[in-house]
Design a protein around this ligand. Structure first.
Ligand code: F6R
Length: 255
């Protein structure tokens, strides 16, 4: 695991974008795992800038998003599909046929989840998976207590997550009760992981994930078991770490 601490959110976003851009230049048909939430927005913004001003080419890229609310169609303004379209896909030259976001309106979720797993495999697996982290240590919708070997499936949202998200919906009852999410095991199959976190509200979760014991109570702690994981964070998110960490990935050569 390579932990990179940057001075602020913009710098961490640029650093994370550099890693993705480097992988994309080396492999134009990159299979890119994506996350929603506020943290990766800066990374997407920087990738859009690199596309518009430096010709970064997404035409052969395939994407797989981590999760989606059950019951929301892609056109719903609170769906993760809509979020990705607006904040990233609409701004780059990606082929829509290669975009994958779990389908919140699937007819049979069990069949859909197996299909999603198979689809990832059919593209040779995810090359690099972008991750955020919840203040409680969740990754995707894998809340504390999720099996560390889990695969794509339906999860019931915790009352805390529903309460956190109610600000985005008109009525509390409109907040979805379920989500489709890649499992922890699915995420771990990605060849590289790129976890981004910003702000002191994430400091405790980052401490548990990076330096705490490996436990299902902090699903993000599984990254300690990954062979090629980047954790790119800003100083406030790193404020509870005890170890000494680097400030750029460029000096590090993976053999
Ligand atoms: C979203 C996702 C979530 C978020 C996490 C952090 O696809 O997988 O696990 O990454 O909740 O969200 P933000 O970045 O909004 O703090």
């Amino acid at each position: 695991m390579l932990v990179i601490v940057k001075s602020n959110y913009d710098k961490l976003s640029e650093e994370a974008a550099k890693v993705v851009a480097d992988r994309l230049k080396k492999k134009p048909n990159l299979v890119l795992g994506l996350a929603t939430g506020s943290t990766p927005l800066g990374l997407y913004k920087e990738l859009i800038r690199l596309h518009k001003y430096e010709g970064l080419d997404f035409s052969k890229v395939t994407t797989f998003n981590l999760d989606e609310y059950v019951g929301l169609p892609p056109s719903h303004d609170q769906s993760y599909h809509y979020f990705m379209q607006k904040n990233f896909f609409d701004e780059i030259n990606i082929d829509p046929r290669y975009i994958h976001v779990p389908h919140g309106m699937a007819k049979d979720f069990k069949i859909f989840c197996s299909w999603y797993e198979e689809r990832i495999k059919s593209f040779g697996g995810i090359d690099i998976q972008v991750l955020g982290i919840g203040a409680n240590g969740h990754i995707a919708f894998n809340e504390p207590g999720s099996s560390l070997g889990s695969r794509t499936r339906i999860k019931t949202l915790t009352s805390t997550t529903r309460a956190d998200n109610k600000r985005f919906f008109e009525n509390e009852e409109d907040v979805p009760k379920y989500a489709i999410t890649m499992g922890v095991g699915t995420i771990m199959d990605a060849k590289e992981l790129l976890l981004v976190a910003s702000g002191d509200s994430k400091a405790e979760a980052i401490k548990s994930a990076v330096e705490g014991p490996l436990t299902a109570m902090c699903p993000a702690s599984i990254i300690q078991m990954h062979k090629e994981a980047f954790v790119i964070i800003d100083k406030p998110a790193a404020s509870k770490l005890k170890g000494t960490y680097v400030d750029t990935w460029e000096t590090i050569i993976f053999e």
